[in-house]
Design a binder for this molecule. Structure first.
Ligand code: 5GP
Ligand code: ZN
Length: 104
C-alpha cells in the first residue's frame, strides 16, 4: 500500500485539513510555501495519466476541494495548483495528488 493510501486510511499520521467522500487533504511534510497542502484522491490511481474515463470526475472533486481549502486557509487571494505527472514531471509519490501552494 502506498504512503498516501495509508494516510487516507489513517494508518499513517498526517495533518489533515479537509476530507469528503472522494478526497482527503493534508499538509505537505516538506512545505515549499507557507501553506502547502496535498489534495489526494481516496482511490489509488497512480497519476493523471493513469486515470480512466470513469474516474475523471475525481479531477473535478480535487479541484473543487482545492477551491474550498484555499478559502478555509485564507489564501484565496492567490495560489498555485500543480499536478506533477510522471518522473519527468517531477512526480515522486505515485498516487494522484494536487499541490496547493499559497500564502506567499
Ligand atoms: P510529488 O513530487 O510526488 O508531486 O509530491 C509528493 C509530495 O509529498 C512532496 O512534496 C513531499 O514532500 C510529500 N510527502 C512525501 N511523503 C509524505 C508524507 O509521508 N507525508 C506528507 N504529509 N507529505 C509527504
Ligand atoms: Zn495510494
Amino acid at each position: 500500500m502506498c504512503i498516501f493510501c495509508e494516510i487516507a486510511q489513517r494508518k499513517q499520521p498526517a495533518d489533515i485539513v479537509y476530507e469528503n467522500a472522494t478526497v482527503i487533504a493534508f499538509r505537505d511534510i516538506h512545505p515549499k510555501a507557507p501553506v502547502h497542502i496535498l489534495i489526494v484522491s481516496k482511490k489509488h490511481i497512480a497519476s493523471v495519466k493513469e486515470i480512466e474515463m470513469e474516474d475523471c470526475g475525481l479531477l473535478v472533486d480535487i479541484l473543487c476541494a482545492a477551491k474550498k481549502i484555499a478559502e478555509d486557509q485564507k489564501v484565496d487571494e492567490g495560489y498555485k495548483l500543480i499536478f506533477n505527472v510522471g518522473r519527468k514531471g517531477g512526480q515522486v509519490i505515485d498516487h494522484l495528488h494536487l499541490h496547493l501552494l499559497g500564502g506567499f
